[in-house]
Design a protein around this ligand. Sequence first.
Ligand SMILES: *Cc1c(COP(=O)(O)O)cnc(C)c1O
Length: 395
Amino acid sequence: MPSLAVHGGKPVRETFLPYGRQWLDEADIDAVVQVLRSPWLTTGPKVDELEREFARTTGAGQAVAVNSGTAALHAAVFAAGIGPGDEVILPPLTFAASANAVLYQGGKPVFADCLPDTLLLDPAQVERRITPRTKAVIAVDYAGQPCDYDALQSLADRYGFMLIADACHSLGASYKGRQVGSLAGLNAFSFHPVKTITTGEGGLVTAADGELAKKMRTFRNHGISTDFRQRSEAGSWLYEMVALGFNYRLSDIACALGLSQLSKLSAMLARRREIAHLYNKAFSGNPAVMPLTQRPDCESAWHLYVVLLNAERLRVPRSQIFAALRAENIGVNVHYLPVYRHPYYQQLGYNYSLCPAAEAAYEEMLTLPLFPAMTGRDVNDVVMALEKVCTAYAK
Ligand SMILES: *Cc1c(COP(=O)(O)O)cnc(C)c1O
């Protein structure tokens, strides 16, 4: 048996393979250069164009581009009317920004547990957390698989709160034949380089309701009701600030990159699915690793490929498997520490143990590299490294 790199053996690969990375081509670069030669670097025509194209692609009514996924979540929380004293229910297995957006508006994040096999928000746990102060639920499409939107929307209708999708992982996924982006009242996306498509930094919110979209357009522009181009077209100098907003605008440079990336969405998704299926097949015979369950009525966007390690088959904890794989030059990761366990949330007074399913999964989870630019050889390296490490540490 080859000796583990962590014990001084030869690593499975010579160079480090990250868990995610952008996929750019010459067309993307040309699109950016064109804007750099144009009169509008920001608040120009590429913003509208990206919004229209994104809404068309996802079947959403309206799209509002902003400069990060975090800004998208903040704009959604603002549009939902969250303020001091309002409670927003969300899962703990997410990037901290999902909960931070609630704090930005003075609301209170309330954590509800996940289903143990998909790690998606459990509608039954959501219902247990509902109080008269519940104003919204943020559903996180963990790893790229949509949450159970029918169940969550029926709770939203029954109890009268807003359903917000944190769709930062799930651009291109579908639920019962419906596209992510049109599943919740407000749907937030990120264009960070590890996400499905990128603009460097960037984000966007889709909304079915035109009034909410208008509110978010004002919010991303300091709370001012018209932008520079609209005023210049109207030949007017007057602007009025009607709410406390932020500068969350996405530049035309970024939007041009986003448009070019969006035109390749289906190819990027196809490659992600292909790699996921190769992993599924490879791990079906490895009892030490259990991929997340995929619901038959959903198609995941495969932002992350997450496995749960089977403690009954391994002699060492996740931390040692993680270190051994990193030594083999496989960029495994962990998504995520339950949000309420971050020191900042602990200081706010959150209990350390709130969601047992999420906490148990957190101890066993590992994210494997998955991005469209991976070669067949890269995929094979991941499979071989996992085999090697699981065999060396088998019980
Ligand atoms: C990436 C991400 C965000 C934040 O997006 P940024 O563009 O990095 O601000 C929020 N929620 C989830 C689930 C994410 O994965």
